[in-house]
Design a protein around this ligand. Structure first.
Ligand SMILES: Nc1ncnc2c1ncn2[C@@H]1O[C@H](COP(=O)(O)OP(=O)(O)OP(=O)(O)O)[C@@H](O)[C@H]1O
Length: 257
């Protein structure tokens, strides 16, 4: 399935990324279709985070390209790609520990704000209206993620599972058309994993956006993914449904070494 324009929401085409002598990605191509959850798995050092970083504009591949709905975005800055609808959550979290939950979620909204300081000076009314619309959107996300009780707490005082949920809230506040999640379950206990898995399913239901999930927890991957791409030593070694991947000899070999 593709968008109305006939292009997939995200395509990475023949990306090669090298760090000195290390080839992190070697001619990697992936396509993410409308409304699907694509998981990217592979042993440590396989290139999963590098692939997300190339996609989000943190790294520019030496070869290949990244397309969002058919538009080449290779070489654009991270914020330019984010404004084109790509949001991500991070390994660990990228939140401001001293700021409250609401403030951190509002940071995601700022990406969308039209007003600048000069407008704020001359056009108080419209700017206030815009600000209040963004506050309302942030409040909806807080409801959706069931974090009302902690809305005024500094993020640094929260446990890991809740911080990850706020990070998801910050990403959703950007109103993305595609969401990348980098090892969201790492460091979580099983209850926190179940909670986050439920929210990922809810996001898909409510927003109808594709999600790209890099994750080591195979139980989570097999439960959530529509399709899986397997990387090993920077190359795609398999691609298929969870059933196909679990029975793929090349995948079993990569994991068992
Ligand atoms: N900034 C960097 N500088 C140098 N080498 C890097 C850098 N980032 C990644 N690499 C190397 O690129 C390769 C792929 O790393 P990457 O982090 O993408 O793998 P990964 O599959 O995400 O691993 P993990 O599951 O351990 O997070 C590794 O050999 C890694 O050491």
């Amino acid at each position: 399935m593709t968008t109305a324009s006939g292009s997939a929401p995200l395509a990475v085409r023949n990306a090669t990324l090298k760090f000195g002598g290390v080839t992190a990605l070697d001619d990697v191509s992936i396509t993410v279709n409308d409304d699907e959850l694509l998981a990217i798995i592979g042993p440590n050092g396989a290139g999963k985070t590098s692939l997300l970083n190339v996609t989000a504009g943190f790294y520019r591949p030496q070869k290949g390209r990244v397309e969002l709905s058919g538009t080449n975005v290779t070489g654009l800055r991270v914020d330019q790609i984010a404004r084109r609808g790509l949001a991500r959550t991070f390994q660990g979290t990228h939140l401001f520990a001293g700021q409250t939950v609401v403030e951190n979620i509002m940071i995601g909204r700022h990406m969308l704000m039209k007003s600048n300081v000069i407008q704020a000076f001359f056009q108080f009314g419209p700017v206030m209206r815009e600000e209040s619309e963004h506050r309302e959107a942030a409040e909806e996300i807080i409801d959706f993620l069931e974090i009302e009780a902690i809305r005024s707490r500094p993020v640094g005082t929260l446990g890991y599972g809740l911080r990850k949920r706020v990070d998801l809230g910050r990403a959703l506040a950007q109103e993305p058309s595609i969401l990348l999640m980098d090892e969201p379950m790492a460091g979580m206990n099983s209850e926190e994993k179940e909670d986050l898995a439920r929210f990922i399913l809810d996001v898909r239901e409510a927003r109808k956006i594709p999600v790209v999930l890099v994750e080591h927890d195979m139980g989570v991957v097999m439960d959530l993914a529509d399709r899986i791409v397997v990387l090993d030593f920077g190359r795609v070694i398999a691609e298929g449904t969870p059933d196909e991947i679990q029975n793929n000899p090349a995948v079993i070999k990569a994991y068992l070494g």
